[in-house]
Design a protein around this ligand. Structure first.
Ligand code: FES
Length: 176
């Protein structure tokens, strides 16, 4: 057995695969990488929504965002409450006296969403999810839930946000 190996060069001993089999090795390695990548994606798609669900944030009350004059009709402004960069929010101006604030993270896999004023929708460019700009409800695509929103309170042409409750928003509209 020792004599048979004498004439084999070192590189061939280290990599004992013939030229014809080399293609199969490359394909096998490629499949391994694809399988690993798919596994990571599957784990992430479960982990991210579960993490977001259990990640509780502080209560929000009377947080100043900007002056009404800073955002034109159809505009969008991203902001963070108390410097918490994990939760971006978007203030949007639907009409002269019609404002909304939503979390800027899609409820599918947390991509940043964008306001489309022309169609009065909020779009997620990652997998073409669409939300209604009026109430954040899902119109189309994979997002499983509406966009969470904050309540908007306007005092002296200043915009404040607070935790959203349907009753409070109705009252603010009745008094504004
Ligand atoms: S992350 Fe928004 S639709 Fe998938």
């Amino acid at each position: 057995m020792g004599d048979e190996n004498k004439n084999i060069p070192d590189w061939k001993a280290d990599f004992p695969i013939s030229k014809t089999e080399a293609g199969y090795v490359a394909r096998r390695d490629f499949l391994k990488v694809i399988t690993l990548f798919s596994g990571i994606m599957a784990v992430a798609s479960v982990f991210i929504p579960v993490f977001n669900f259990f990640h509780k944030r502080k209560q929000i009350k009377d947080y100043f965002v900007c002056n009404t004059s800073e955002l034109a009709i159809g505009g969008q402004k991203t902001f963070y409450v108390d410097g918490d960069h994990r939760n971006p929010y978007m203030l949007i101006r639907l009409a002269e006296n019609d404002w909304r604030v939503y979390e800027q993270k899609c409820t599918h896999l947390s991509c940043a969403v964008i306001y489309d004023h022309e169609h009065q929708m909020i779009e997620c460019p990652c997998h073409h999810g669409f939300f209604d700009a009026k109430d954040g409800k899902v119109l189309q695509g994979p997002p499983p839930r509406p966009l969470p929103q904050l309540g908007v309170v306007i005092k002296d042409n200043k915009i404040f946000v607070e935790d959203y409750t349907y009753e409070k928003q109705i009252n603010h509209k009745a008094h504004s």
